[in-house]
Design a protein around this ligand. Structure first.
Ligand code: AMP
Ligand code: TRP
Length: 329
C-alpha cells in the first residue's frame, strides 16, 4: 500500500466534538490529501496530558473526535486513523530522540513559554518535551509531509533540526519533514475577536443540532459600529459575513450589498447564516449519526489503525536502535 506516494502524518489533540474552525482549518484538508498521499492521522492523547489535569473526559473526547473525522470523510480503508498511545513505540522513540535534543532548543520554544505562563502550577517535564514527542510522531512513520496550521511551524522547524542532529550522530535515517500549510485562514469564533476554540466557548460544533446551531449563531458578534437597524453595516469587519463565504457562497455579494445599504438587519443575516450552516452540514450530521449507531465500529477502526501503524513503527524503531548501537550489529 505504501510505496510511491508521499506520506502524510498529522496529529490533533483530543478536544472532543470538532467545530467549524477545526473543519475548515484541518479536517477538510486531511480529507483532500487522501487522494494524493498515503495518510496517517493520529489523535494525540499523550500530548493532551501535558495540559490536562482532569483526564476523565479523555475517552469520550477521543471517540467524539474520531466520529467527526469519519463522518467528514476520513476513510479507514485508505488512511491509517489511530490513537497515539495505542502505538507505545512512540514513547520509546521520544526517549531516544531526547538524547540528541539540546535542552536549550526546547526552552526557547514560544509555545512552551506560553504554556508555562498559562499553567504556572503545572510546568511539567512533558511540556518541555512536547516538540520531541511531536517529532517522534512524525518520524516513527517516516512521514515527509505534515499538514498543520501556522501556529505549528516552529514545532516543525524543530523537528527538522532534531532529525538533522540525529543524522549527524547516527547517519541518514528519516526524511526531513515538511510542513504543508492548510489553505484556510484562521476561523474566528462567535465573539468575532478570537480564534474559534472550544476552550473559549465561542465555537459552532459540527455535530450540534440545527436548533442549537441557530441559537449559538444568534449570539454572534457582528459589526460593533452598527448600533441601529438603520445604520449601514461594514461587512469586511463582520465575522458573520466571513462565515457566509463558507456556508452561503452564492449569496455573498447580495448580502454585502444589502448590509452596506442597511437593507438587511443583523438578526435576519444571522438566521440566514444558521440556515446555511445547517443545510451544508446536514449530510455530515446524518452520516455521523449512522456511524455512531454502529456498535463497536469506532473501536474497530481505532484497533485496525493502531495495528497498521504499529507494523511501521516497529520497523523504524528497530532501525533506530540498530543505528544507536542499542542492538548489536
Ligand atoms: P486544536 O483543536 O486547537 O488542537 O486544533 C486542531 C486543528 O484544527 C489544528 O490543526 C488547527 O490548525 C485547526 N484549528 C483549530 N481551531 C481553528 C480555527 N479557529 N481556525 C482554523 N483552524 C483551526
Ligand atoms: N502539536 C499539534 C497541535 O497542537 C498536534 C500534533 C502532535 C501534531 N503531534 C503532531 C501535528 C505531529 C502534526 C504532526 O495541533
Amino acid at each position: 500500500m505504501f510505496c510511491m506516494k508521499g506520506r502524510v502524518f498529522s496529529g490533533a489533540r483530543p478536544t472532543g466534538r470538532q467545530h467549524i474552525g477545526n473543519y475548515l482549518g484541518a479536517i477538510q484538508n486531511y480529507v483532500k490529501l487522501q487522494d494524493d498521499y498515503d495518510c496517517i492521522y493520529c489523535i494525540v492523547d499523550i500530548h493532551a496530558l501535558t495540559t490536562l489535569e482532569e483526564t476523565s473526559v479523555l475517552q469520550d473526547n477521543i471517540r467524539e473526535m474520531m466520529l467527526d473525522w469519519l463522518a467528514a470523510g476520513l476513510d479507514p480503508a485508505r488512511s491509517i486513523l489511530f490513537v497515539q498511545s495505542h502505538v507505545p513505540e512512540v514513547m520509546e522513540l521520544h526517549t531516544l530522540l531526547s538524547m540528541v535534543t539540546p535542552l536549550s532548543w526546547l526552552l526557547r520554544v514560544a509555545t512552551f513559554k506560553e504554556k508555562a505562563k498559562q499553567q504556572p502550577q503545572n510546568v511539567n517535564y512533558g511540556l518541555v518535551g512536547y516538540p520531541v514527542l511531536m517529532t517522534a510522531d512524525i518520524v516513527l512513520y517516516k512521514a515527509d509531509t505534515v499538514p498543520v496550521g501556522e501556529d505549528q511551524l516552529p514545532h516543525l522547524e524543530l523537528a527538522r533540526e532534531i532529525v538533522r542532529r540525529f543524522h549527524t550522530f547516527f547517519g541518514a535515517t528519516f526524511p526531513e519533514p515538511n510542513a504543508k500549510l492548510t489553505d484556510f485562514p484562521l476561523v474566528m469564533g462567535l465573539d468575532g475577536a478570537r480564534k474559534m476554540s472550544k476552550s473559549l466557548d465561542n465555537q459552532i460544533e459540527l455535530a450540534a443540532s440545527p436548533k442549537d446551531t441557530a441559537k449559538r449563531v444568534m449570539t454572534a458578534v457582528t459589526d460593533p459600529a452598527r448600533r441601529y437597524r438603520t445604520d449601514p453595516g461594514h461587512p469586511t469587519i463582520c465575522n458573520v459575513f466571513t462565515l457566509h463565504h463558507f456556508f452561503n457562497d452564492g449569496l455573498v455579494s447580495q448580502i454585502e450589498r444589502e448590509c452596506m445599504a442597511a437593507d438587511r438587519g443583523c438578526v435576519a443575516c444571522k438566521q440566514q447564516l444558521a440556515q446555511g450552516i445547517n443545510g451544508s452540514l446536514q449530510p455530515f450530521r446524518d452520516r455521523r449519526a449512522e456511524i455512531a449507531a454502529r456498535r463497536g465500529y469506532v473501536e474497530e477502526v481505532m484497533a485496525d489503525g493502531a495495528r497498521r501503524a504499529r507494523a511501521i513503527a516497529v520497523e523504524t524503531l528497530k532501525e533506530v536502535k540498530y543505528k544507536m548501537r542499542l542492538l548489536p550489529r
